[in-house]
Design a protein around this ligand. Structure first.
Ligand code: AP5
Length: 222
């Protein structure tokens, strides 16, 4: 039988490198990347009422209310591409109630990746982050500079990427993280996120390779 596709969650403080690792993981493993923050930013860009409300909370670095976030994430995970290829859930769940809402639909991860980065690095990562609106790629002025002048000229910055706002986002993260971690403690992989992005990915790649081998062995397809 074909092994079940991978189901992965990735978590960590603001700017710990979740989006960057998701780019590398999806490229290698073909999982569908579902990022709560990206779904919310798309909702803001659409000009909807939910988008307007979400932005008020994001501006303050607070969690957007569940009635906006939960359905958005659930619906995306239920799409056929995520069901067939497996999913990589980024920035969700951020509270116990968000986790419970997923469990009601039988969404449980094979692995919960936690990126650990010392706080003094996070602020530097946030203020130096830039995004390419054309490709969606994440850059950093110092650590991952753009490849050409043309790309450099079109880079944008997120509205919540200031030193002041990242401190609010960090505060919210600290308030909620323990409750979520305790729920997934049996499937947690703690990763040192302070090293280069390639070295962070090497740690994740090792774990995912092992997980896939185990899945193949249990499904009898090895
Ligand atoms: P969200 O968009 O999820 O933001 P976040 O959690 O604050 O995380 P970031 O996207 O800022 O960082 P990242 O970890 O992806 O880092 P990145 O790879 O870009 O959420 C935004 C807001 O939406 C929240 O504040 C909240 O209001 C709302 N929201 C989201 N989810 C919600 C939910 N479930 N419920 C309610 N509300 C929700 O890296 C950062 C920078 O560092 C980049 O420039 C990158 O190039 C660089 N970098 C990455 N890795 C390395 C490395 N190893 N070495 C050097 N530099 C690196």
């Amino acid at each position: 039988a074909k092994p079940e596709p991978l189901k992965i969650m990735i978590s960590g403080a603001p700017a710990s490198g979740k989006g960057t690792q998701c780019e590398l993981i999806t490229k290698k493993y073909g999982l569908v990347h579902v990022a709560a923050g990206d779904l919310l930013r798309a909702e803001i860009a659409s000009g909807s009422e939910n988008g307007k409300r979400a932005k008020e909370y994001m501006e303050k670095g607070q969690l957007v209310p569940n009635e906006i976030v939960v359905m958005m994430v659930k619906e995306r995970l239920l799409q056929p591409d995520a069901q067939e290829n497996g999913w990589l859930l980024d920035g969700y769940p951020r509270s116990l109630s968000q986790a419970t809402a997923l469990m009601e639909f039988d969404f449980w991860p094979d692995l919960f990746i936690l990126l650990e980065v010392p706080e003094e690095l996070l602020v530097e990562r946030v203020v130096g982050r830039r995004l390419d609106p054309v490709t969606g790629k994440i850059y950093h002025l110092k650590y991952s500079p753009p490849e050409s002048e043309e790309i450099a000229a079109r880079l944008t910055q997120r509205f919540d990427d200031t030193e002041e706002k990242v401190k609010l986002r960090l505060h919210t993260h600290h308030q909620n993280v323990e409750a979520v971690l305790s729920l997934y403690k049996d499937v947690i992989l703690k990763v040192d996120g302070s090293v280069s992005k390639e070295d962070v990915f090497a740690q994740i790649h090792r774990a995912l390779t092992k997980l896939l081998e185990d899945k193949k062995a249990t499904s009898g397809s090895l």
